[in-house]
Ligand binder design. Sequence first.
Ligand code: G3H
Ligand code: 13P
Ligand code: ZN
Length: 339
Amino acid sequence: MPLCPMRQMLEEARKGGYGVGAYNVNNMEQIQAILAAAKETRSPVIIQASRGALEYSNLIYLKYLMLAAVEENPDIPIVLHLDHGPDLKLCKEAIALGFTSVMIDGSIDYEKKTPDGKHPARSFEDNIRVTKEVVDYAHARGVSVEGELGTLGGIEEETKTDQVLLTDPDQVEEFCKRTGVDALALAIGTSHGAYKFKHEPVLAMDLVTECRKRAPDTNFVMHGSSSVPQELVAEVNKYGGKLPGAMGVPIPSIQEAVKRGIQKINVDTDGRLVVTAAIRKVFVEKPGEFDPRKYLGPARDALAKLIASKMRDFGTAGHAGDYKPKTLAEMKAFYASRK
Ligand code: G3H
Ligand code: 13P
Ligand code: ZN
């Protein structure tokens, strides 16, 4: 089975009314765990690498680890996706590595910094300009593109900053038409990391419904979708970690978002937590252990278990055999026919 274009995988999910997890990877154990979960639950899967992950692995290592996963799992549709591409240059590099999908995070200007050290938000027009540039390049090669409207952050009063911009539904249709993106990340109040909310999760669910109405044929993405399970946080803390007050998006909220129109669900933090908990446990319980396989192995097993449960919760389980992935040549012809 060839690699799967992201557009096709998300369209299948939209038709089937389920979500597909996009799991961040940096190393062999994470890739193996995610694929083991996909195999066990018969799920299509998106494995995604951030700029940081590509730099950490010197690009080429991650490429071959991902391709090994594809070779080992010929009956699982797999998308290789660049997460939060900052510019056309990195998108081009990812496409050259063989990724079937890239995200251009045009909502943020990664080249500039505000006095507080953060990257400023881009204007609507600038976002369209940089996104369209990537779409033109990627579609000419059959590769899918994810764009973003709005920026991530909390919507509780005390976490509101001028960096947080929920997606404006009025802009969605125009953005999708003018850029031609295959998927669009909506900002509905989630944020990256283990500290998403101060007291309780607050998400703008109506915004998903509204965006779905405005752009019925677009695939929507929810970033910052880790649930930060409290038992995992307790496990990390029990074995010497310090994560006070960590909080994420509960699974029922993700399921509601999927019902209202989300197809792609981005998860990184939960994977980091489960791996950290497992490694800390071995270090505390077996202080004489120094073979990395003896702690990376249990970490890999724990991650596979966690991802398998997400695949069931998101509704992805059982859909691996629903369709035959299209080739990038077929996708290239499809995009050309729409011009
Ligand atoms: O979107 C952020 C992901 O969690 C990736 O994080 O940039 O530390 O690899 P990273
Ligand atoms: P989490 O930090 O909630 O796992 O979000 C990951 C993400 O959005 C990657 O793009
Ligand atoms: Zn993200």
